[in-house]
Design a protein around this ligand. Structure first.
Ligand code: T46
Length: 157
């Protein structure tokens, strides 16, 4: 847990931090929030407590000029990631090959965990959104499945 001078701290951590989604290998992440007496909020995430893997990489996606841009359109073979929307909002369209689920993310302390073999599209991304992603591995194109039919065949194996 992050230490903070008591004079600045005015309470409170959230209770539940991870909850499963209907799709396989999908979870909602809720960071621990600390409200300071000056009205700021610190949202805190730690590997294992909130992020279910050791973080090896992070990246941002931003500069969304138009409403309605789409990112994603793939699944990973083994990579795990958690997506946060630090500014703006978006909808995650998740598909495990059997179940589809849409999840809106519009608060910086909420994240979506996307595990292996889960097709994901980010849709309805609001103009000006900033998406922050933590990942379990360094970038490697060989972990991507970018064709939906190949994805369905891969998960049947
Ligand atoms: C994901 C979604 C939602 C790198 O060189 N290193 C990196 O860490 C990343 C993420 C990308 N790249 C290169 C690879 C491509 O030449 O950047 C270019 C665009 O990447 P990509 O087509 O994968 O972008 P998205 O937005 O489709 O996908 C990204 C992540 O790659 C992916 O893991 O889940 O965001």
């Amino acid at each position: 847990m992050v230490a903070m001078p008591e004079s600045k701290m005015n309470a409170s951590c959230d209770g539940e931090i991870v909850s499963p989604l209907k799709v396989k290998n999908g979870k909602l992440i809720r960071l621990t929030n600390i409200m300071t007496s000056d009205g700021c909020i610190l949202s805190i995430g730690e590997s294992q407590a909130h992020i279910p893997f050791e973080i090896k990489r992070f990246y941002y996606i931003y500069n969304f000029m138009n409403q309605g841009m789409i990112r994603g359109g793939h699944a990973h073979k083994s990579f795990e990631q958690v997506f946060f929307c630090l500014m703006g909002s978006l909808v995650f369209h998740l598909d495990d090959g059997t179940i589809q689920q849409d999840v809106e993310v519009n608060s910086p302390d909420r994240g979506v965990y996307v595990g292996p073999e889960l097709w994901h599209d980010m849709i309805r991304i609001a103009k000006g959104s900033i998406i922050f992603v933590v990942a379990s591995h360094a970038y490697s194109e060989t972990d991507y499945i970018r064709d939906y039919q190949q994805f369905l065949a891969y998960i049947k194996k």
